[in-house]
Structures are given as structure tokens and as C-alpha cells.
Design a protein around this ligand. Structure first.
Ligand code: 30K
Length: 297
């Protein structure tokens, strides 16, 4: 129940902008598109994501997209969670000429295979291409020393699913809406980068002390090609049942809209944080059948 780095009960969340905007006024009225631009810009006037797997040498991708940090600038302070490849720690990054900052440090278990190492670093090659207030920011990597590390933003309130369950009923509707908007902004940015997340879920969203939500977990994804019928690489891995859009299982092919579906499931997770996944799946099938939530919800 205790939050590292912040006593939730004593914090004043009212009026805090739950996500970054230039004009963070009150209310939820405007967005920056002004309603004249399509949400998904099909003319690539912006940067698009490059799949690190298109590099023959994965080291080249990591050199291009991630900054190599000197391990002497990094202090590990505590283990905050487990990852697929090793511990996730809280620590400090003290670079010369820069202010010290708290960071999250993903470590690769010593003795991991070359394949595990390159899968581990793939996430950094992806994250390093993104820069958005609602997407977890990559500070850099340590690849020239052991343990191999990925250094990212520290998020004081941890994963959204745990955070919501621990604080059930304590949020104002506007705080929840603000958090949802942040997730939507982050996902909009990823879609504009032609990136399909494929495993969006509340457990893969992180929350900082200001209640800003940021998207994390970029391992699963593959490059979204315009013509999905030729995207053989996209038929392999799939997301988590209960969060994944039905077309992924039905047709084994998909585009960025699958993330919109998962974002809808995340909204349900936020409205019913203690409901089990089974209950939500039940809700979703009820929704599909009768176009409305079952009685009592
Ligand atoms: O501060 C944190 N920054 C992070 C950056 C954290 C986690 C990740 N990646 C994980 C995201 C969730 N995913 C689940 C499948 C695994 C990879 C990137 C992060 C965490 C954190 C660490 C491990 C798992 C989940 C979240 C964090 N946990 C905290 C717990 C915390 N920060 C601050 C307080 C806290 O108190 C309970």
C-alpha cells in the first residue's frame, strides 16, 4: 500500500495537470488538432519508427538509437520489480554537468544468452526513437559493461494496474479522465510514428508523482506496414488474451487499430480496477452482443 517516493494520502492532486500540454487549463475541452487534421497522418511528414530487426547487426540499432552511459554515473539503490530479463531497480544517474536524477534501471541477468541480450536491448532501440511526455523516456544503456542495463525514467507510483487497485475509490473522475487522456496522447503519438504496441494494458502503463501516465513495454511490437497482407512478420507474436482485439486471433493480421481496442480495455481497467479479467471479458462480450453494458455496470 505504501508508495515509494510519495505519501499519496497527503498529496494534493487537485489541479495538477495529469499530462503535459502547452495550454494546460482546466477542463478537458480542447485538443491541439483543432478538429481539422486527421488523427492519423498518412503522409509521412513526421518521423516514423524503424524496426530494429531491419538492422543486420542489432548492435548498430542500439548505437543509433540509445546513448551509451558510463556505468560509473549509475548507482543502484533498490529493487522495485521483476522484469522478463532480470531485476528492475531504482537508482540514480549522476552525469557530469547535469543534475542528478532518479531513474529506473532494467538489468539483464548475468549469464544470459546472446539472443536474450539482443531481445533485451531491442526494447531500448525502440524506446530510444520516442520522445513524448506520455511515453517512457530512455536515458541510455550500458552495453560495454556487466550487467547490461537499460536506464529509463523513474515513475514514483509504479504500474497503473497496481496503483489503481491500491487506491481504489480515491480518485476524482477528472483525475481519471486526465490519466486516460495522457494514455490516449501517448498512443496517438505512437500511432503517428507508425508503431503498433500490441500489448497495451494497465500493467504496462506507469504513473509518476504528478499522476502523469506513460506507456511502457516495447518488446512485443513489430513495424506496421501499410499493406498488412504482406506483413508476414506480424502474424507471429500476439498480445494478451482479454486485451487483444478479436481480429488478431481471427485473421492473424492487424494494424494500429488493435491498440485502440486495448486502450478501450485499459479504460475499463481504470473504471473497474478491482474487477477481474474474467469479469471484464464478460463485459466485453456483453457489449458486443447488446451494444451496452450489462445491468448493474
Ligand atoms: O519507475 C519505474 N520506471 C520504469 C520504467 C518502471 C518499469 C518499467 N518497465 C516495466 C513496465 C511494466 N512491465 C510489466 C510487464 C515490466 C517492465 C520501465 C518502473 C517501475 C516498475 C518496475 C517493474 C515493474 C513495474 C513497474 C516502478 N515500480 C514501482 C513501485 C515504482 N516504479 C515506484 C514505486 C513503487 O512502489 C510500489
Amino acid at each position: 500500500k505504501q508508495q515509494v517516493g510519495g505519501d499519496f494520502d497527503n498529496q494534493e492532486y487537485r489541479g495538477v495537470s495529469p499530462h503535459y500540454t502547452a495550454e494546460s487549463g482546466a477542463g478537458i475541452v480542447h485538443t491541439h488538432t483543432g478538429g481539422t487534421m486527421p488523427l492519423f497522418n498518412t503522409f509521412a511528414t513526421h518521423k516514423t519508427y524503424i524496426d530494429p530487426h531491419t538492422y543486420e547487426d542489432p548492435h548498430q540499432a542500439i548505437r543509433q538509437f540509445a546513448k551509451e552511459l558510463d556505468p560509473r554515473y549509475i548507482t543502484i539503490e533498490a529493487i522495485i520489480g521483476g522484469g522478463e530479463f532480470g531485476d528492475v531497480c531504482r537508482g540514480r544517474l549522476s552525469q557530469p554537468e547535469r543534475q542528478d536524477m532518479l531513474v529506473a534501471i532494467k538489468t539483464l541477468k548475468p549469464g544470459s544468452s546472446d539472443k536474450a541480450r539482443s531481445d533485451f536491448l531491442t526494447e531500448a532501440s525502440i524506446m530510444g526513437q520516442f520522445e513524448h511526455p506520455n511515453v517512457i523516456f530512455l536515458q541510455g544503456v550500458v552495453t560495454k559493461a556487466t550487467p547490461v542495463m537499460i536506464i529509463t525514467e523513474y515513475m514514483e507510483n509504479g504500474s497503473l494496474d497496481t496503483f489503481l487497485r491500491a487506491n481504489d475509490g480515491k480518485f476524482q473522475v477528472m483525475q481519471l479522465v486526465g490519466m486516460m487522456r495522457g494514455i490516449a496522447y501517448g498512443m496517438q503519438y505512437l500511432a503517428e510514428m507508425s508503431y503498433v504496441h500490441r500489448d497495451l494494458a494497465a500493467r504496462n502503463v506507469l504513473v509518476n508523482s504528478q499522476l502523469v501516465c506513460k506507456i511502457a513495454d516495447f518488446g512485443l511490437s513489430r513495424f506496421f506496414q501499410q499493406d498488412i497482407s504482406h506483413a508476414a512478420g506480424m502474424t507471429g507474436q500476439i498480445g494478451t488474451p482479454g486485451w487483444t482485439a478479436p481480429e488478431v486471433f481471427k485473421f492473424a493480421s492487424y494494424d494500429h487499430k488493435v491498440d485502440v481496442y486495448s486502450a478501450g480495455v485499459v479504460l475499463l481497467e481504470m473504471l473497474y480496477p478491482v474487477a477481474t479479467q474474467m469479469e471484464r471479458v464478460g463485459m466485453l462480450s456483453a457489449l458486443q452482443q447488446q451494444q451496452q453494458l450489462p445491468a448493474g455496470l
